[in-house]
Design a binder for this molecule. Sequence first.
Ligand SMILES: CC(C)(COP(=O)(O)OP(=O)(O)OC[C@H]1O[C@@H](n2cnc3c(N)ncnc32)[C@H](O)[C@@H]1OP(=O)(O)O)[C@@H](O)C(=O)NCCC(=O)NCCS
Length: 153
Amino acid sequence: MREIPDHTIRIAETSEDIGRCMKIRKEVFVDEQGYDISIETNNDDNRSTHFLLLLNEQIPIGTLRFINENNQLGRFAILKEYRGLGLGKPLLIAVHDYVKAKGGKEVWCQSQAGDPTQGGVDATGFYKRLGYIDKGDRYIKEGTEHQDMVFVL
Ligand SMILES: CC(C)(COP(=O)(O)OP(=O)(O)OC[C@H]1O[C@@H](n2cnc3c(N)ncnc32)[C@H](O)[C@@H]1OP(=O)(O)O)[C@@H](O)C(=O)NCCC(=O)NCCS
């Protein structure tokens, strides 16, 4: 069994931690994936709980937001150099635990479902691996293909 690096996950409650989350998102979604900075943050951020993943309790390397009103998670990002180490999974599970503790029954997301051979990003395999199932048909959002996916807690 592989060893997952030491890490900490906490809810971003201070402006410093929220800033750390936003910095990671900018690096991943704007600088790496090319989304416009003007759509990377939006009103949903104000009504979301933001999660921060740190390596060795120090280095901010991942984030995810959960929109409490409609049980939607999104803006899930691990910095490129730290992917594939098994750190995305505990971050997602931390959100599941948070929702379960509030009495939530399911969560859902709009997963990117682009074609990697055409330069797209496909995260559906990640969510499937964690037990998410497709809901409905694929659709185009912000210029790229997406798939709604649901997880029953
Ligand atoms: C999607 C993302 C958060 C996954 O994080 P990660 O740290 O690389 O994931 P993990 O290492 O925890 O992987 C967990 C499991 O999912 C699998 N997995 C990860 N990415 C996968 C993919 N794209 N397709 C299929 N399986 C995948 C891993 O192999 C691992 O399986 P295992 O438990 O059997 O070993 C990360 O790739 C990322 O930040 N991507 C860029 C931003 C993005 O596109 N976010 C999604 C927005 S919808």
